[in-house]
Write a protein of this length. Structure first.
Length: 218
């Protein structure tokens, strides 16, 4: 599973453009994990758009995840689900979606991160790393130091989210994360494909630097 560049695909942020067209462009640019998130759609509406999004994601060999809803993840035959603090507890979500399906869990502090790992999370979404306007209830930014400590304290991949741009994405990888999750950086980009390509290039370059440092220090 490639989590280096992870798109939280929310129609609210597609700027009056066809939602699926924006997501497809981002996937063409290098996104390899996509999460369907729509807080306003009904379950029936999510099923319709989710079926198309699953098809598009799989045509790009990308992991397809559903936000919040293990039941919809099952109905859509998604690769997994991502749950937050107000959703089903990670242990219950894992019971409904046993491996090999993917379980992602949001964590805002070390206690939540360790608990999610204990209950079977495959990866953590940690943030907000930087200030963000995309999710108004995201809370105060954690910053890179806290992010680095959390990433070092768990054995599963950590994905940084919140306020991530092409300019600061490399610093998230250098803090110990396996990847970044973005919304507006791609959904609101003038050219989502080119924006994804530029972002992935920065992330890959940072990953190479981190790997080199690890080799040199061992």
């Amino acid at each position: 599973m490639d989590l280096l560049l992870y798109l939280v695909a929310d129609p609210e942020h597609s700027v009056d453009r066809p939602f699926l067209q924006v997501v497809a462009a981002a996937l063409s640019g290098g996104v390899r994990a996509v999460q369907l998130r729509d807080k306003h759609a009904s379950a029936r509406e999510l099923l319709v758009v989710g079926e198309e999004l699953r098809r598009i994601a799989r045509s790009h060999s990308a992991t397809f995840l559903v936000n919040d809803r293990p039941d919809l993840a099952l109905a859509l035959e998604a690769d997994g689900v991502h749950v937050g603090p107000e959703d089903l507890p990670p242990g219950e979500a894992r019971r409904l979606l046993p491996k090999p399906r993917v379980l992602g869990v949001s964590a805002g502090n070390l206690r939540e991160a360790l608990s999610a790992q204990e209950f079977g999370a495959d990866y953590l979404g940690v943030g907000p790393v930087f200030p963000t306007l995309t999710k108004k209830d995201a809370g105060e930014p954690l910053g890179l130091d806290v992010l680095s400590k959390m990433a070092a304290s768990v054995s599963i991949p950590v994905i940084g989210i919140g306020g991530i741009t092409v300019e600061n994405a490399a610093s998230v990888i250098e803090a110990g994360c396996a990847g970044v999750a973005v919304v507006s950086a791609l959904m609101r980009a003038d050219d989502p494909e080119e924006a994804a390509r530029a972002l992935r290039t920065r992330l890959e370059e940072a990953s190479v630097r981190v790997s080199r440092r690890v080799r040199e220090s061992s």
